[in-house]
Design a protein around this ligand. Sequence first.
Ligand SMILES: NC(=O)c1ccc[n+]([C@@H]2O[C@H](COP(=O)([O-])OP(=O)(O)OC[C@H]3O[C@@H](n4cnc5c(N)ncnc54)[C@H](OP(=O)(O)O)[C@@H]3O)[C@@H](O)[C@H]2O)c1
Length: 280
Amino acid sequence: MSKTVEEITLNDGTSVPVIGLGTYGLNGNAGASAITSAIEIGYRLIDTAYNYENEGTVGEAIRRSTVPREELRITSKLPGRYHEYNKAVTTIQESLYRANLDYYDLYLIHWPNPKQDHYVEAWQALIDAKKWGLIRSIGVCNFLPEHLVRLEKETGVLPSINQIELHPFFNQEEQRKWHMEHNVKTESWSPLARANDVLQNDKLQKIADSHNKTISQVILRWHHQLGAIPIPKSASPVRQLENISIFDFSLSDAEMELVAELTRPDGRNKNQDPAEYEEF
Ligand SMILES: NC(=O)c1ccc[n+]([C@@H]2O[C@H](COP(=O)([O-])OP(=O)(O)OC[C@H]3O[C@@H](n4cnc5c(N)ncnc54)[C@H](OP(=O)(O)O)[C@@H]3O)[C@@H](O)[C@H]2O)c1
């Protein structure tokens, strides 16, 4: 059974599906099988990264699938150790070689690493790689408003997407508002909070029962109604189908509010505050 997922338009005129597949931890043959399964089920947006060491796995999954390349939206990400302009340009090329692709649909800076202060030149490399046709759309992850303001001020270009940690325990209200006001789409990483105890929450269970859905489906529907693009990772075809089956019900305003109320200041899964945390 294959689902058709609607798309939304980004600030550069390209479009992406409203839900995608996360691939962190999907590597090798088993990983490729899991990703091909997701594509056959209906996922068209696939999220990888140089640092996941699985761009090759994603490329293999694409070749095994029956879906033409042009129907897919493949995302990869630039690691922190390669922010300097020349290194960033080479890394984008290397990312493509690893996946054996001619272009990425989306390429994102993985973390701002503000203490290193090279993210603006990394951004310039993405802008240029887009001009050269290596990338269709460019974006970032984990950028705070102050980082986004600086990108626009120094290059004149705002990202199409900012991929941030977002789930009921950390609902990112202020950051999402900033994105909305500046026409930057929010993409949600760890949308299921990495299946932590949020999946046993009583309030969510009640909402799920009333719709004959699972807690995961309620959470992913909540992301969708917020206007965010969730990218749940699952290795299991059954859970992949569960996660994409969220377009036949909707949450009321009161239910949306109940989910939002679970947020807490220390709700990040691993305390990775982009102002401080660095990843290379
Ligand atoms: N930009 C960044 O800095 C950043 C950081 C972290 C993640 N990401 C991206 O975001 C993606 C998603 O985040 P994530 O992998 O951290 O966490 P996640 O998608 O919130 O959760 C994944 C976990 O949930 C389980 N799961 C999935 N669907 C389920 C369901 N319906 N019921 C119960 N359990 C379910 C998965 O197990 P099974 O596989 O066994 O189903 C896995 O253990 C990543 O894979 C990666 O692509 C980006």
